[in-house]
Design a protein. Structure first.
Length: 292
């Protein structure tokens, strides 16, 4: 009887800090970088070199997780934040998008007041980690909203993050100002605090002023804002454009107020007719009440 031999699955080798790690094609397929390298050198059986900034332990964990199908990264549940960040950077570099998206959420879940700075400064210059930057700024925005409370305002001396975000680039501050949970008065407070250390960024300041929905702010506060902006020296042209923005915002607010008033009056009128009709639909009509 002739035995049928089944060829073993193709095996690959990774060269990590001078030592070899063996893996199956499943690991190669999880990384867009590995796939590109394998396609370029199909006949070459030499090990795939891994950059030295990726530790051997990270590659051992990555290989084990992919081989076992641990796409939820349960293997990393007890690791430190710094190790998680290094793993995220490695996954981003290798193009392991499935693992990367889960790692981003794990980092997000660990964010708190004591570590957001570490996360931000560790990842801010890595292009592929924009989601983590957004999550970090989201944490800051959530805390600012809590501090501002119902007043939707935060004086400079009460802002615990002002010393940090005054050093942010305009792009990072725009990310904060676009956060959906920020009220518009609070948006202006944050911008005002940033301007205190970046007054030379005239064009950027003007662009960020346009991120505030001034029609949502009451007239008295808008007047205060206008007076404040006039002291910023953003240039005559920008200041003139800003004044037009304020004028248009006021017109929009007045128009919306008028529309709401008309709609409210219409509802009241309809309600009156409805009650009147219901009144006359009573058997015997309204006279029945006078006969009682």
């Amino acid at each position: 009887m002739t035995s049928i031999s089944i060829p073993p699955p193709p095996s690959f080798t990774l060269l990590v800090q001078g030592r070899l790690i063996h893996c199956s094609r499943r690991v190669i397929a999880s990384s867009s970088l590995f796939m590109d390298m394998v396609e370029l050198v199909e006949e070459d059986t030499s090990p795939i070199p891994i950059p030295t900034f990726i530790s051997r332990q990270i590659m051992l964990d990555l290989v084990e997780m992919v081989e076992k199908g641990d796409w939820e990264c349960a293997h990393l549940i007890l690791v430190s934040l710094s190790y998680l960040l290094d793993f995220l950077i490695a996954a981003d570099f290798l193009g392991c998008e499935r693992l990367k998206s889960v790692l981003e959420e794990k980092v997000k879940d660990k964010l708190c007041d004591s570590n957001w700075r570490e996360v931000f400064y560790y990842t801010k210059n890595i292009l592929g980690l924009d989601n983590t930057i957004k999550h970090t700024m989201g944490h800051v925005c959530t805390r600012l909203v809590e501090l501002a409370g119902e007043k939707d305002s935060l004086p400079m001396e009460c802002d615990p993050y002002q010393q940090e975000y005054v050093q942010f680039t305009p792009d990072i501050l725009k990310l904060i100002l676009k956060h959906k949970y920020l009220g518009n008065s609070l948006r202006f407070c944050i911008l005002r605090n940033w301007v205190s250390g970046n007054s030379e960024e005239k064009e950027e300041i003007f662009e960020m002023l346009l991120l505030v929905q001034f029609k949502e702010i009451e007239d008295s506060k808008v007047e205060e804002i206008l007076n404040e902006v006039e002291t910023w020296d953003i240039g005559n042209e920008n200041l003139e454009s800003f004044n037009k923005v304020i004028e248009n915002a006021k017109k929009e607010r007045e128009l919306e107020s008028l529309m709401r008033k008309k709609f409210s009056n219409k509802l009241q009128c309809q309600g009156h007719h409805l009650n009147h009709d219901m009144f006359f639909e009573i058997p015997g009509g309204p006279d029945v009440f006078f006969e009682m």
